[in-house]
Write a protein that binds this ligand. Structure first.
Ligand code: ATP
Ligand code: MG
Length: 462
């Protein structure tokens, strides 16, 4: 599916709009709408997302400059090319200062016009890529390969590949750290939408009051501090894939708005009155058991039904232990390409016996930590900072065992707290080293120490 770019041509001379529309639409990748005055243009801009707008400067009542101002506020990623009648450079330069991408004087040269439109399209893509990049960079890890040969895992990957081609909404379920985000990337990267944006929204990390405006954008003055209009992520994702991560964490009011959007493809910016339409494929993920959440009355059944046209369920690492050594090799190589360290047989036994509550992410952190800690070129058992109670029988096990006698029924948070405590103690409360071992920043470690109220069981150095 080659992308078609939406272009808006605004001119009060019908012969010009007709000509431009015909010329541009001869090229199969442009889809052109026409407006014969500024008011009509502004109406269109409120309901359609344009990649490019060609604006005549001189029009009665609402001028091209007024429309340009409106676009700047309302749809800042749209690139504007001004059309000037006489070569009035002064006005033309003014419009550039106001944010127009370029100007062309009439009568225009077709080749030159096309070249300018193409450049504007590229610039538009850059603006969007920057938006997408910003979000991508803020995520913990970028896309990378999916490692695993176990039947359970390969089945999921194979099904994901088959689904990538379709437009079906996919819900990815699985415990924390099992690779849901990687599967979401695969669904996009192997789909016909691969050249369009992949926009990931972590619904759990955005405060609820902000989530709606992040998703759908807002108009200027929609709330205090909304000094300018902002495009929502659904607009940024137009033509591509919208990945709703931790979708189970959305509040009830936002669930209702999301449902409306999924049913119609239409949305309204916060504080806006017009509805706009986008074309996005929605992939969502959750480590919560969503049908269970529905039963508990926390998640709307109709929303689950929409998101879950098809679902993929990722196995835990416990369910595919045969992949552990493969993953260990992969993480060792990724850590040091030149001379990857080896793992001693004792250490490997521990890795294979441990039950990995944090799944692949935890394995990744343990291997990275061990690479830093181990001396020489072999990782020994003592370099592995994992919870011994989950690795086999030990005295410490008593602390973790629950009445049912199953460490795995502890919440992840409880396990996290215990794990952080252990690593801190093992490193004499050296926070820098601890953070390194845990694969988190010192600031995150500090916040977690505060959150869990972890205290030193002895006084370091003092
Ligand atoms: N099969 C795999 N092969 C290689 N790396 C993997 C695999 N699965 C997961 N990982 C790595 O493990 C980490 C966690 O994966 P990911 O973020 O996709 O998990 P998740 O299921 O989205 O977790 P969470 O529910 O905590 O968000 C990432 O760094 C990812 O690169
Ligand atoms: Mg995730």
């Amino acid at each position: 599916m080659a992308k078609t770019y939406r272009i808006l041509v605004v001119d009060d001379e019908e012969s010009i709009t007709f000509l431009l529309k015909t010329e541009l639409e001869e090229l199969s990748d442009f889809d052109v709408d026409v407006a014969l005055n500024g008011t009509e243009a502004i109406n269109l801009i409120q309901s359609t997302i344009y990649d490019i707008a060609l604006l005549d400067i001189k029009m009665p009542r609402v001028s091209g400059i007024d429309v340009l101002r409106f676009i700047n506020e309302h749809s800042p990623a749209t690139q504007v090319i001004m059309l000037t009648n006489i070569v009035d450079y002064k006005t033309a330069i003014e419009t550039i200062k106001l944010g127009a991408y370029d100007f062309i004087s009439k009568p225009y040269d077709s080749q030159q016009l096309l070249a300018t439109v193409r450049r504007a399209v590229e610039r538009r893509q850059l603006v969007i890529d920057k938006e997408v990049m910003k979000r991508e960079l803020s995520r913990i890890s970028g896309p990378s390969g999916l490692v695993g040969e176990s039947v359970v895992f390969c089945n999921v990957v194979e099904n994901a590949r088959k689904l990538a081609d379709s437009e079906a909404f996919v819900l990815i379920q699985g415990a924390s750290g099992t690779g849901k985000e990687l599967i979401a990337h695969l669904l996009h990267n192997e789909s016909p939408r691969r050249d369009q944006p992949f926009v990931a929204v972590n619904c759990a990390s955005i405060p609820d009051q902000l989530l709606e405006s992040e998703l759908f954008g807002h108009e200027k003055g929609a709330f205090t501090n909304a000094y300018a209009a902002k495009q929502g992520l659904v607009e940024v994702a137009n033509g591509g894939t919208l990945f709703l991560d931790e979708v189970g964490d959305i509040s009830q009011p936002t669930q209702a708005k999301l449902l409306r959007f999924l049913e119609t493809g239409e949305f309204r910016r916060v504080g806006g009155t017009n509805s706009m339409k986008v074309d996005v494929r929605v992939v969502s993920a959750s480590n919560k058991d969503l049908p269970q959440e529905v039963k508990a009355g926390r998640f709307r059944e109709d929303l689950l039904y929409r998101l879950n046209v098809v679902s993929l369920k990722l196995p835990t690492l416990q369910e595919r232990k045969e992949d552990i050594s493969l993953l260990v090799d992969y993480f060792l190589k990724r850590k040091s390409k030149a001379n990857p360290k080896k793992v001693s047989p004792d250490a490997m036994t521990i890795l294979l016996r441990y039950n990995w509550p944090g799944n692949v992410r935890e394995l990744e952190h343990v291997i990275e930590g061990a690479t830093v800690l181990s001396q020489g070129d072999t990782i020994e058992a003592k370099d592995l900072w994992i919870n011994p109670s989950l690795a086999g029988n030990s005295d410490a096990a008593a602390r973790l065992e629950t009445p049912e006698g199953q460490g795995s029924s502890l919440s992840l948070e409880a396990i996290e707290k215990i794990h952080i405590e252990k690593v801190l103690n093992a490193n004499q409360w050296n926070r820098l080293k601890t953070a390194q071992v845990l694969g988190i920043t010192p600031k995150t470690l500090y916040l977690k120490i505060k959150k869990y109220g972890i205290k030193a069981s002895y006084s370091p150095d003092a």
